[in-house]
Design a protein around this ligand. Structure first.
Ligand code: UVW
Length: 358
């Protein structure tokens, strides 16, 4: 096996789960963690943690769009829509519908795979940064380029890109089941667009008696999903970008805590788990008077820390409000979480319909 890297990013765990690992901290979702999750089931009540996948009705990321559904086309060129089979077989009584969907995998409730965000990094120590993902899987070798089609529809113009390593199917194959832990930011910060750093997070955990242990699946409730539902079919993207709490990915102590906590996956009901540069500090830049800018930093530092350095999958745009309210009333923070993505080979993200059971 070819050595994929000689130096790993500072603070990363590359190689710790094996040279060819593609699961990252999902390795911590052991049978013991499933049992710990099952032990949290006492009332037999389940919660759907997905938004309807057509919400938000406009993508927060302008290149993502709500699903488009199509009827499949039968061999006689008719749509499979209330199709009476007696058109083909006179004595048949069946009536059939059949559909297809154009689904942007990350427009609504979703998982980011470890192939979603990588970095330019000098893995070989020869002074040449290359595009590389968790555990040293290289973009030029393991993410195949799409073919350009001649489709008139700009959304359909590039087809066939494939993550041959770190694709979302790896996550699906684990079942993604274990103990979920809720931290309810909304209960403390309301709908303010607060950037939550280490001190804030620790204060919330202490006030609510929440502890996060190795292998737990951490969910952060900010209220963002509830705001999306209230907007209905008329999503106000600008307003969403100014609402509800998100983690401060530029807080080094917060990133250190994510490393040390041993959390297996990190989930939020907001757009990107972390606050974006859009409504936070811009990237630290070299003095404009100075000649050439040198590459310095990630625009999404929490994505870099989780997806790239530690192999922590990120769940985004989940719907956590009903579960968070129930847990608060019950004085609880833990639950059984079952949250597989689609087993869609080669995809870099996936919708999910996660289920919490309490
Ligand atoms: C952003 O689009 C900012 O984040 P993600 O790609 O993880 O949804």
């Amino acid at each position: 096996m070819k050595q994929r890297w000689k130096q790993r990013p500072e603070g990363s765990n590359w190689g710790d789960f094996g040279a060819d690992d593609q699961l990252g901290r999902l390795n911590l979702l052991t049978p013991q963690k499933v049992l710990e999750g099952v032990a949290e089931v006492r009332d037999g009540k389940s919660f759907c943690l997905s938004l309807p996948l057509d919400r938000p009705s406009r993508g927060l990321n302008p290149s993502r769009h709500p699903p488009r559904r199509f009827a499949t086309v039968r061999i006689n060129d008719q749509p499979s829509h209330n199709f009476h089979v007696n058109q083909l077989i006179p004595e048949a009584t069946d009536v059939i519908n059949d559909d297809a969907v154009l689904l942007h995998t990350q427009c609504s409730t979703q998982w980011d795979s470890l192939a979603h965000v990588g970095q330019l990094f000098d893995v070989m120590g020869d002074g040449t940064p290359v595009a590389v993902f968790y555990n040293g899987w290289r973009g030029d070798e393991y993410v195949t380029a799409p073919a350009k089609s001649d489709s008139e529809d700009r959304q359909l113009r590039f087809e066939g890109m494939e993550a041959r390593a770190l694709g979302i199917e790896n996550m699906a194959e684990t079942g993604v089941q274990g103990r979920g832990v809720m931290i309810d930011l909304h209960a403390h910060f309301g709908r303010s667009a607060k950037r939550v750093g280490y001190d804030d997070l620790m204060r919330v955990c202490e006030a609510d008696g929440v502890t996060v242990e190795s292998g737990d699946m951490l969910c952060l409730h900010s209220g963002f999903g509830e705001v999306i539902l209230e907007m209905g079919a008329d999503t106000d993207v600008d307003a969403l970008h100014r609402t509800c709490a998100a983690l401060d990915g530029r807080d080094a102590r917060l990133l250190r805590w994510i490393t040390d906590s041993g959390l297996a996956v990190l989930v939020a009901d907001n757009y990107a788990v972390e606050a974006l540069p859009l409504h936070s500090d811009p990237l630290p830049r070299n003095d404009p008077a100075e000649p050439p800018q040198t590459a310095c930093c990630a625009t999404l530092p929490l994505h870099e820390h989780c997806l790239f350095k530690l192999g922590i999958h990120l769940g985004e745009l989940w719907y956590l409000s009903e579960l968070a309210a129930w847990l608060r009333r019950a004085g609880r923070s833990r639950f059984l979480l079952t949250a597989p993505p689609l087993r869609l080979p080669g995809a870099v993200g996936s919708p999910a319909t996660p289920v919490a059971t309490v």
